[in-house]
Design a protein around this ligand. Structure first.
Ligand SMILES: [Zn+2]
Length: 85
């Protein structure tokens, strides 16, 4: 296992731990589950996903991560619709 692999594993472990924390607690604590930063911009915001379960169309994140994810989803939908033409 390389040093990079260990860091990656530690990150997964941490993300798994954070995934177990209820979203409300993260918002309350002000910790972003994606970048682990403590910021006042943590909120539960609607995403561009189209999951059947309404709870999954929201994400708890800081404003930076939210914008990053929003761009990824926007690009994905653009590709999706481009493929339908
Ligand atoms: Zn973040």
């Amino acid at each position: 296992v390389t040093a990079y692999g260990l860091v990656r594993r530690a990150r997964w472990y941490l993300m798994d731990l954070i995934a177990r924390i209820p979203a409300r607690a993260l918002v309350w604590a002000g910790i972003c589950p994606y970048c682990f930063r403590h910021t006042m911009s943590i909120a539960c915001r609607p995403t561009r996903t189209m999951y059947y379960e309404p709870d999954r169309n929201y994400e708890v994140s800081c404003v930076d991560c939210y914008e990053e994810h929003d761009e990824v989803w926007r690009d994905m939908w653009q590709e999706y619709y481009a493929g339908c033409r």
